[in-house]
Design a protein around this ligand. Structure first.
Ligand code: UN1
Length: 508
């Protein structure tokens, strides 16, 4: 209630000015934020995207290649200052970003605020990493009379290919890391969310990052292919589906030119295990947040909940109570917890999945969609009962939670089943038994393990994020090894004895 009025006022003010994205490349892409006169008008156009042409991709990579040595030579300290200036500019444009996150990506206000926070955190953290890793060489121990120095340098031109579910944070995060390490970047945002990316790039340029060092290449999969088939690329940082990661990997492998670095953050089949020692209220809150916040459109989101059989009925009833209380609808309205999914294809895929389970005779609980949401891409939050995580063949990216029961002696089997999916992103455990925690921690092959809390919203620097196996290559975003992966290492050895090593050899 405190923020409601001023915020709506700001949104309307924003809506009345037409905003021109002015990306330097390609120049025609623009957006007009249409007036929010009818909050229930869920299908209005937010803007238009013009896809990059193949020759534009080639020119952009050429420009990036030409400028990269200068950007690298500038050094880590100066690059850090520019990334920090970009972070300041992002914060100064909070209103525009929040509005775009809501209108272009369908985010709730809470999610939009978290998104901007994470983007700014990435910029500042990777700036700090540029200072730490790339400003001065590391002096290594060595034999007397020798100086050995290790320094990190940009690999060359990096491409970043980013997802629509974090259209700002995961658009700018990998790009910022690549820039911090001394690379030039060509950035392809998700085809669904190019306007947020265009504003981000524009602000980076205004903050002083040269236009040729960070170039925007909007488009769909074909533009991605133009980029990843270019032999001049030194690497690709990709976040998205496992299938697309495989396609990019094939495309990189088929090229001539340098062996590319490939960093992929992909999908998950994330479980949570709740045993009978858990606190039911806390479990309820954390399950609902993990499965339904962001309409379940996080790769970290909970898909498969295992409840121990002696608490199954009671805990499921509590979760269903909280599930019934979720507000669904236009994310511009502050009371709304669950907004739409990203597009009609996403909605159709989720509906097919739910229909198949119903047909197979599974118990399914669904919320009713409120009136007026028919025209938008809404999927009614759903809970489906299954026997095992192995009943799920693919990631279901939306507000759909699966639930199964397990007996006290089946814990090891459940972890083996979770590992057998091949994904390894997040895992939740609610248990007050220390031994159980240690057992699960030792046996589960996942990147991020959350105990007695929800399993989304990893915080930059405190909770580096990323998975293994089908979930990605690592290193973890927002962690201490991330920026280094975008860099190449160079070692310089200098003989520092007065006469030089060879001369003294001859003299002896
Ligand atoms: C994703 O959904 O692609 O932990 C990543 C989280 C976020 C990252 C999710 N920081 O939920």
């Amino acid at each position: 209630p405190l923020v409601r009025e001023p915020l709506m006022g700001r949104l309307e003010k924003l809506a009345s000015v037409s905003w021109h994205a002015e990306p330097t490349f390609p120049s025609e892409m623009e957006a007009e934020i249409a007036p929010i006169t009818k909050p229930q008008d869920l299908t209005s156009e937010v803007g238009t995207r013009r896809d990059s042409l193949q020759e534009e991709v080639e020119e952009a990579i050429g420009r990036a290649e030409a400028i990269q040595p200068g950007w690298n030579a500038m050094g880590g300290e100066k690059r850090a200052l520019l990334l920090e200036a970009a972070a300041d500019a992002f914060e100064a444009h909070t209103d525009e970003f929040l509005s775009l996150c809501q209108r272009e990506a369908g985010k709730t206000l809470v999610d939009a605020v978290l998104e901007l926070r994470e983007a700014v955190d990435f910029l500042r953290y990777y700036a700090a990493e540029a200072r730490h890793l790339c400003a001065e060489p590391f002096l290594l121990p060595g034999p007397t009379g020798e100086e050995n120095r290790l320094s990190l340098a940009g690999r060359g031109v990096f491409a970043t290919i980013s997802p629509w579910n974090f259209p700002l944070a995961i658009f700018i995060g990998p790009a910022a890391a690549a820039l911090a390490a001394g690379n030039a970047v060509v950035a392809k945002p998700a085809e669904q969310t190019p306007l947020i990316a265009a504003l981000a790039v524009k602000l980076c340029h205004e903050a002083g990052i040269p236009e040729k060092v960070l170039q925007l290449l909007p488009g769909a999969g074909d533009v991605g292919e133009f980029i990843t088939s270019d032999p001049r690329l030194a690497g690709v940082a990709f976040t998205g589906s496992t299938d697309t990661a495989r396609a990019i990997n094939r495309s990189l492998a088929a090229r001539e030119g340098p062996i590319a670095t490939f960093i992929a953050e992909t999908g998950g089949q994330n479980a949570m295990i709740v045993d009978s020692s858990a606190l039911p209220e806390q479990v309820t809150r954390d399950v609902v947040a993990s499965a339904f916040q962001s309409a379940g459109q996080r790769c970290s989101a909970l898909r498969m909940l295992y409840l121990q059989d002696d608490i199954y009925d009671e805990t499921l009833a509590m979760i269903q109570g909280a599930f019934e209380a979720l507000e669904i609808g236009d994310p511009v309205q502050l009371k709304v917890d669950v907004g739409p999914v990203i597009d009609p294809d996403a909605k159709a895929a989720l509906e097919r999945h739910i229909a198949r389970r119903k047909k197979a005779g599974r118990r399914v609980w669904r919320r009713k969609l409120p009136k007026g949401t028919g025209a938008g891409c809404f999927v009614a939050p759903t809970i489906i009962e299954l026997d095992s995580i192995l009943d799920l063949k693919r990631e279901n990216f939306g507000p759909v939670l699966h639930v199964a029961r397990f007996g006290g002696d089946q814990l090891g089997q459940i972890i083996d089943d979770i590992n057998a999916t091949g994904f390894g992103l997040t895992l939740g455990l609610h248990s007050r038994i220390e031994e159980t925690r240690r057992f699960v921690e030792a046996r589960a092959r996942v990147g991020n393990f959350y105990v007695n809390r929800n399993q989304i919203g990893a915080v930059v620097e405190s909770q580096p994020f990323g998975g293994e196996g089908l979930s990605g290559t690592g290193p973890k975003a927002g962690g201490p090894h991330y920026v280094a992966r975008f860099a190449t290492e160079r070692v310089v050895c200098i003989d520092t004895t007065a006469a030089g090593g060879n001369a003294s050899l001859l003299a002896s």
